[in-house]
Design a binder for this molecule. Structure first.
Ligand code: MG
Length: 368
């Protein structure tokens, strides 16, 4: 079972509405890269790399180039089931997290297809529908529009978990949290992502105020570079800190687990692939921490692969942030993403379950 071809294809799919987060983050389209890996049996494994220059320093072009020029020549001829061996080769390329994660995900998809099992089973678990959350970005005209979006999403898709982008307007963050809780009732799971923007004292004050309205998690409330201050913030609040920007790798996850500031481990398949994500989940479990699956705003391809991972591990206990495909004007999947009753339903077929529509890929691919 050998790999005979590795392709990196950039694509662009517009979002229905621009997404805004943090101090400067803004996107109006999915400018991502799809990785396709073909084996000698003709099967094709798929992965998705979301270019996020402001987070990982990778661009769509850098992802395409590192895959085509460096990674593909190293991995042609490798066996997708000989994971330790190809991981060794991938480890020789530093940084480039989403490029390598897409390669690793495509190889896992391929291995599962070759074995005739779904990816969750290959990972050691079982495929089941995965509860998802909806991210409320900072792009709304007023608080009413913000709350209406959440109500609409619950009505249309049954989603009851919401991640609220926050950080630059603490008083507004508390106000919106209260409005959302009153509108959605007690059974909604609400958490914030401050994208590291609160100062420590502001974080403590703001999060304590939000706790009156049932705050499930606080994602990166303060700068990840603050070291022991993060632990002081964690000790001063009742809400668990959700790790995201602080855990870009297994090494960082180990540091965070040892430092003891975080209460929930955030995992994004888009940056640590299947293999490293699995090791992070196991490390978290060893420290008694539950896991949350984020997405890095991937399209349908990345969302179904992430759902396979979320389904496979018992330590993943929070709703996964996998509803971004619903925010796109279109998708590359041959079968539209299936979110109902608040859950992402992934087809039970060999592999990750992401089948690309050739016409759509032709329509949305970028050829430089
Ligand atoms: Mg985040």
């Amino acid at each position: 079972m050998k790999v005979i071809q590795i392709e990196a294809i950039p694509f662009r799919i517009p979002l229905k509405k621009a997404s805004r987060w943090g101090a400067h983050g803004k996107r109006d389209a999915q400018d991502h890269v799809v990785v396709r890996i073909t084996s000698e049996s003709g099967k094709v494994g798929i992965g998705e790399a979301p270019a996020r220059p402001s987070i990982y320093g990778e661009t769509q072009r850098s992802i395409v180039h590192i895959v085509r020029d460096t990674i593909a020549p190293m991995l042609i001829g490798c066996d997708p089931l000989d994971r330790e061996s190809y991981q060794d080769k991938l480890a020789a390329v530093p940084w480039n997290p989403t490029a390598k994660a897409a390669i690793d995900t495509a190889l896992h998809d391929l291995a599962a297809q070759e074995l005739g099992v779904n990816l969750a089973r290959l990972l050691g678990g079982q495929l089941k529908p995965v509860e998802v959350s909806w991210m409320l970005s900072l792009n709304f005209n007023d608080d009413t529009e913000f709350v209406r979006e959440a109500m609409d999403v619950r009505e249309r898709y049954g989603i009851r978990a919401f991640k609220i982008k926050a950080g630059s307007d603490p008083a507004g963050d508390i106000r919106r949290m209260e409005m959302l809780r009153r509108a959605l009732g007690d059974d909604a799971l609400l958490f914030i992502d401050a994208n590291q923007l609160y100062a420590p004292d502001v974080a403590i004050r703001t999060i304590r105020a939000m706790e009156h309205f049932g705050l499930a998690m606080a994602e990166e409330p303060v700068a990840v570079t603050l070291g022991s201050w993060r632990k002081k913030v964690a000790d001063a609040i009742a809400t668990p800190i959700l790790a995201d920007d602080s855990v870009f790798s297994l090494a960082e996850a180990r540091r965070e687990l040892q430092d003891g500031a975080i209460g929930v481990m955030g995992i994004k398949i888009a940056r640590t692939g299947m293999y490293e994500s699995m090791r992070i989940a196991h490390a978290a479990e060893a420290f008694g921490l539950p896991c949350w699956i984020g997405s890095q705003g991937v399209s349908g391809i990345g969302a179904v692969a992430s759902a396979q991972f979320a389904a496979a591990f018992r330590s993943v206990t929070y709703p996964a942030d996998l509803s971004t495909p619903l925010k796109q004007q279109d998708d590359l999947l041959a079968h539209p993403i299936d979110i109902r009753d608040g859950k992402l339903h992934v087809p039970d077929v060999p592999g990750a379950g992401a089948e690309i529509d050739a016409d759509k890929l032709a329509m949305y691919r970028l050829d430089w």
